[in-house]
Design a protein around this ligand. Structure first.
Ligand SMILES: Nc1nc2c(ncn2[C@@H]2O[C@H](COP(=O)(O)OP(=O)(O)O)[C@@H](O)[C@H]2O)c(=O)[nH]1
Ligand SMILES: [Mg+2]
Length: 279
């Protein structure tokens, strides 16, 4: 990434023309930082002496990231329930598999609900992952009622005294109110059986500023508590994480960096900023 190392080199040169500033702004916007944050950073750069610019920009980048906890929710007793939501193709099912794999490796007892009954392939995909990783995946019939899958999975989690119940959901367009109704229904079933402790919205980093709109609409409808930012391997534009956190105030808890179960990490803000700055 090292987006800012080029920028700093240019700023160190001094005496920037209007065209140079425009070029810097374009670079920032192309890195998916968004217009608002890009303008703010340019204003900071313009108002500082060249030897202070780097630390002033670093402070602004840090301020754009949330101070909220990035730890996965964990109840002291009972099953912690995680609902995974997002639009089609962002990487929900893959992220559920990655999360179950990571938790299983930590020695946790995990149960997964395949509540995307809209696509037969999604159910099979999750069952295959479950068999490979050794986690029970509770699934229903293709096009069945996702709420009943979740009901069965919650019962299974209770029986196994599971540490975590992870719920994969369908992702038809977030503008379709029936998806939001379905998610609300799933949430109600889970709350009747226990509680919903974490709602993770999966956002595809390659869709750029669209992620901000998705975060807004899912937050309004289902109450998002954190983000999983996927496909960071497929893009050089690392700036989207900053833009999304700044606009949504939601913490990115995990990042996806590939298609295997292990291409998954906790989001670390310090190493992310270092990566952008190239230090
Ligand atoms: N390169 C890359 N591909 C990913 C990542 N996460 C998911 N995918 C791919 O994105 C596609 C859609 O993933 P899927 O989990 O089915 O998305 P869903 O519709 O939200 O459940 C699949 O081809 C995944 O292998 C990631 O972090 N990096
Ligand atoms: Mg899926």
């Amino acid at each position: 990434m090292a987006l800012f190392s080029k920028l700093f080199a240019k700023l160190r040169g001094g005496n920037l023309s209007a065209a140079d500033w425009d070029e810097l702004r374009t670079t920032l916007i192309e890195a998916d930082l968004g217009a608002a944050l890009s303008d703010e950073l340019i204003a900071i750069a313009k108002s500082h002496k060249s030897d202070d610019i780097e630390s002033a920009i670093k402070i602004a980048l840090e301020a754009a990231l949330t101070k909220n906890s990035r730890d996965l929710a964990k109840l002291d007793t009972g099953t912690t329930t995680i609902l995974v939501v997002g639009v089609n193709g962002t990487g929900k099912t893959t992220s559920v598999a990655k999360l179950m794999s990571a938790l299983k490796q930590e020695g946790k007892v995990v149960v997964v609900a395949a509540a995307d009954t809209f696509r037969a392939a999604a159910i099979e995909q999750l069952q295959t992952w479950g068999e490979r990783i050794g986690v029970p995946v509770i699934a229903g019939k293709f096009q069945g009622d996702p709420a009943s899958v979740v009901f069965d999975a919650a019962a299974q989690a209770k029986e196994l005294s599971a540490d975590y119940l992870i719920v994969d959901t369908a992702g038809r367009l977030h503008t379709k109110s029936n998806l939001m109704d379905e998610l609300s229904k799933i949430r109600r079933v889970l709350e009747k059986a226990g509680s919903v402790d974490e709602v993770l919205l999966v956002v595809d980093a390659t869709t750029g500023q669209n992620g901000i709109i998705q975060a807004r609409s899912f937050t309004e409808s289902v109450g998002v508590t954190g983000l999983i930012l996927t496909k960071l391997d497929g893009t050089a534009k690392g700036g989207v994480a900053l833009a999304i956190e700044r606009e949504s105030g939601l913490p990115i808890k995990f990042i996806g960096t590939g298609e295997s179960a292990f291409d998954f990490e906790k989001f670390n803000s310090d190493s992310y900023i270092s990566g952008l700055i190239g230090s």
